[in-house]
Ligand binder design. Structure first.
Ligand code: SF4
Ligand code: SF4
Length: 388
C-alpha cells in the first residue's frame, strides 16, 4: 500500500514521489504562479499539445501507434498519462509559432507612414511532458535563435522564463532513435522538474526531481512523499528498458563525415524519386527553424504589415538567389536537408540538428525514413571503400 503523501519538502532535496493528485497539484501550482500550462491531450484523433486547465486533461489511457507515414492513437490497458511518443507538434509551435507579426505601418492624415515594431511581451509558459529528445531540441533552438549574432527577440520573449517539466520515456515509439543521437530516453540537462511515470502493483505515481531552484520550490509545495527504493528502481529499470526498445537506429559512424563523403551518392537519386518536396518533415521537426518574411497591405495602401512565417528548404523559393533557385531539383533539396541536419549543423552550431524524435518519419506522406537513408548512404559508402 502506498505511503500517505506528505505536503512539505526541503528545497534542494533529492527526488520525491507524486501521485495523480500531486500531478494535478503541479498544474494548479503553476497556473497559480501565472503560467500558461501546455501539455499533451487527446484531441481530434491525435495527442496534441494544448493549454491545460488541469492534469485531468492529460491523455490518460491513450498510446500511439507509429510507423513511416502512419500515426494512430490507441487505447491502452492501463491509465498511463505519458505512454505516447512524439506527436504532430513540438514545443517550437509555442516558442517559434508558424506566423509572427513583426511590424505594422499606417498612413497618417498628413500622408506620412508610421511604422510600429511589434511588442513581444514575455510569455510565461510551463511545458508539461517535454520528452528528453525535445528537451534537447529546445536547447538546439536556443543555440540557433539566441546564441548567435542573429538573435530572435520574439523567440527570446517566449523562451526566457519558460518552465520545463520533462517526462522521461518509458514507452518509445517505433520511429524513435534518441539513443543513437544521445538525447534520451533519460532526461538530460535543461529541465526545471523531471518526472518518470511508474505504473505497477504499488500504484500509479511519478518519481520527480528538481533541476533548478524554482523547480525545487514548486515541488516543495506539492502533496508528495519521499522517494522509496521500489519506485526508484522501477523508474530506473523502465527507462533502461526503453533504451533497449528503440524502434530505429542510426548507423554507428561519424554521421557528419558520412554526409560529407557521400555528396555524390547514387542514393540521392533513389530518395529524390520518392520525395514529394512537400516540406512536412521540416514543419514537424522540432529543430528546423527557417523562416521567411511576407509583407501585406490593405486595398487602400494605408496599412501594411510584415509577418515572419516558417519556411522550408524544400520550397523552390527558399534557395532563390540572383536569377533563380540554386537547388532546383528534389534531389538537391533533400540532400540539403539531410546534410545540414546530420552534417553541417555541427559546423554551424556545434551539434547535430537531429534529436531522434522520429517525427519526420511519421509525418512524411511517402514514409521516407531518415534512418533508412543514413543506413543506405553508409552501405553505399562501404561498397565504395568509404568509412566503416
Ligand atoms: S530530423 Fe526527424 S528525427 Fe531528427 S529531430 Fe528532426 S524530425 Fe526528429
Ligand atoms: S522527405 Fe517526405 S516529408 Fe520531407 S519533403 Fe520529402 S516527401 Fe515531404
Amino acid at each position: 500500500m502506498a505511503t500517505a503523501p506528505t505536503t512539505t519538502r526541503d528545497l534542494g532535496s533529492a527526488d520525491c514521489v507524486l501521485d495523480r493528485e500531486g500531478l494535478d497539484a503541479l498544474v494548479q501550482a503553476l497556473r497559480a504562479r501565472g503560467r500558461t500550462v501546455v501539455g499533451p491531450t487527446a484531441r481530434d484523433g491525435a495527442i496534441v499539445l494544448a493549454e491545460l486547465e488541469s492534469a485531468a486533461e492529460l491523455p490518460y489511457g491513450w498510446g500511439v501507434e507509429l510507423e513511416g507515414g502512419h500515426y494512430r492513437v490507441v487505447r491502452r490497458e492501463d491509465e498511463a498519462a505519458f505512454a505516447h511518443s512524439a506527436g504532430p507538434q513540438s514545443w517550437k509551435n509555442f516558442l517559434l509559432p508558424e506566423r509572427v507579426r513583426q511590424w505594422t505601418a499606417d498612413r497618417g492624415p498628413d500622408g506620412e507612414m508610421t511604422v510600429r515594431a511589434e511588442r513581444h511581451d514575455p510569455a510565461s509558459y510551463a511545458f508539461l511532458g517535454v520528452r528528453p529528445c525535445d528537451l534537447r531540441a529546445i536547447a538546439i533552438q536556443d543555440q540557433v535563435l539566441l546564441g548567435g549574432r542573429h538573435r530572435d527577440d520574439a523567440y527570446g520573449a517566449r523562451r526566457t522564463g519558460a518552465f520545463l517539466i520533462a517526462v522521461e520515456c518509458v514507452e518509445p515509439g517505433a520511429t524513435c532513435f534518441c539513443v543513437s543521437m544521445g538525447t534520451g530516453p533519460a532526461a538530460g540537462p535543461g529541465y526545471d522538474i523531471a518526472l518518470t511515470e511508474v505504473l505497477d502493483d504499488a500504484g500509479h505515481r511519478f518519481l520527480a526531481r528538481a533541476g533548478t531552484p524554482e523547480g525545487a520550490e514548486v515541488l516543495a509545495g506539492l502533496p508528495q512523499r519521499p522517494a522509496d527504493a521500489v519506485t526508484r528502481t522501477a523508474a530506473h529499470e523502465a527507462v533502461e528498458a526503453a533504451a533497449g526498445r528503440m524502434g530505429r537506429t542510426m548507423p554507428s559512424v561519424d554521421l557528419r563525415a558520412l554526409l560529407a563523403d557521400t555528396l555524390d551518392a547514387e542514393r540521392w537519386n533513389d530518395v529524390a524519386a520518392r520525395c514529394l518536396t512537400c516540406g512536412n518533415c521540416t514543419m514537424a521537426c522540432p529543430t528546423c527553424f527557417c523562416t521567411t518574411t511576407e509583407d501585406v497591405t490593405d486595398l487602400t495602401g494605408d496599412h501594411a504589415e510584415r509577418w515572419s512565417r516558417w519556411d522550408s528548404c524544400y520550397d523552390l523559393d527558399f534557395s532563390h538567389l540572383h536569377g533563380g533557385p540554386v537547388r532546383s531539383s528534389g534531389r538537391s533539396r533533400y540532400r540539403q536537408w539531410l546534410t545540414h541536419k546530420l552534417g553541417t549543423w555541427h559546423d554551424q552550431f556545434g551539434s547535430s540538428g537531429c534529436v531522434g524524435c522520429g517525427r519526420c518519419i511519421v509525418w512524411c506522406p511517402v514514409a521516407i525514413d531518415i534512418t533508412e537513408e543514413a543506413h543506405a548512404l553508409h552501405q553505399e559508402a562501404l561498397s565504395k571503400g568509404g568509412p566503416s
